[in-house]
Write a protein that binds this ligand. Structure first.
Ligand code: PSU
Ligand code: MN
Length: 309
């Protein structure tokens, strides 16, 4: 069966493709389900401008009226960030939004799936989903996407609300190398430390690109996950975060919150419990990841040009 998903590219993305500018994808679930208004829209704009500052082209991905947008213009971004009934869309939900003509924000997995269609190789997010603590069978589709879609994904580790050792084990089983950006330790989103190891520590975008190419040349189809620790000034120590996480997790269990509602619930409760501190950390690491992803996209682009020359 031919691939029938129609992509709507923004003018900026079309122009970027024409000018051979490196493209960096951004997810939209973090805007609709991960951050409160109005910080969500401000953040979306800031992430895009950081990417432009680095000389790359941003492509925020999401569904409007059942159509998959690769890059949202100012008006569309505003619509997605402010609309009430936006669905959280992983690959499982593509058919739902398409057939309903609905609006939807793409998760890490959903965005990667869109990138596969749009041939985008670099993507920046905050924290990937993983194996939940509350129920060991709640495993984010993000891990499945990382296992099967060859691209470079920049994150600040997995969200600390997850079972981090189980998440890393799963990635290892699925042959997804986790690269620490200048660190030997897997960062835990709000915190720089987790006590867990990464597969390899690399210190610059060129080395990350060389690593990813070696991975794919060796015949692997999985993603390369780059874990970029949150900037020091905005980090929250693991010991001060952990009691809040345990409290929020218990509440989720007692309220019977599960499935796709669980991650948004936990993020929002943590924001309340830390009186906004966790959200500020979240914003800082997102911008930090957008910058690194743009630098990696540049390095990838130059290395492919060298190959063609
Ligand atoms: N990281 C954040 N905020 C978020 C998410 C990640 O800082 O809102 C989103 C991402 O889109 C990720 C999703 O893909 O949560 C994971 O949800 P689930 O656990 O239901 O797969
Ligand atoms: Mn889940």
């Amino acid at each position: 069966m031919p691939l029938a998903i129609k992509l709507i590219r923004s003018n900026e993305v079309k122009q970027g493709v024409r000018k051979l500018s490196p493209i960096v994808a951004l997810e939209s679930t973090v805007l609709t389900h991960g951050l409160p208004r109005p910080q969500n829209l401000e953040l979306a704009r800031e992430m895009e401008s950081v990417i432009r500052e680095e000389g790359a082209t941003p492509a925020t991905i999401g569904f409007l009226d059942g159509r998959l947008h690769i890059g949202l213009n100012e008006r569309e971004l505003e619509r997605l960030a402010n609309e009430k009934e936006v669905q959280k869309v992983g690959p499982r939900d593509f058919a739902t939004v398409i057939t309903q003509g609905a609006s939807g924000s793409t998760t890490v997995a959903g965005t990667m799936f869109a990138c596969k269609h749009a041939n985008i190789k670099v993507f920046a997010t905050g924290g990937i989903g993983g194996v939940h603590r509350e129920s060991p069978f709640d495993i984010s589709a993000d891990l499945q996407a990382l296992a099967t879609i060859p691209m470079i994904v920049v994150c600040a580790g997995a969200k600390a609300i997850l079972d981090l050792p189980a998440t890393l084990e799963y990635l290892e089983t699925m042959s997804v190398p986790v690269v620490g950006y200048g660190t030997d330790e897997f960062p835990a989103f709000y915190s720089r430390e987790s006590g867990l190891d990464v597969a390899v520590n690399l210190g610059n975008p060129q080395d990350i690109v060389a690593f990813a190419k070696a991975h794919w040349n060796a015949g692997l189809q999985s993603a390369v996950l780059v874990a970029n620790p949150i900037p020091k000034g905005d980090a929250i120590s693991r010991s001060s975060m952990e009691p809040f996480i345990q409290k929020a997790s218990k509440e989720a269990l007692s309220k019977g919150i599960h499935g796709k509602e669980l991650t948004p619930f936990l993020l929002q409760r943590l924001n309340e419990l830390t009186r906004g501190k966790s959200m500020r950390a979240n914003l800082s690491l997102l911008l930090n990841n957008a910058r690194l992803a743009a630098q990696i996209a540049h390095a990838l682009h130059s290395s492919e040009r060298r190959k063609l020359a």
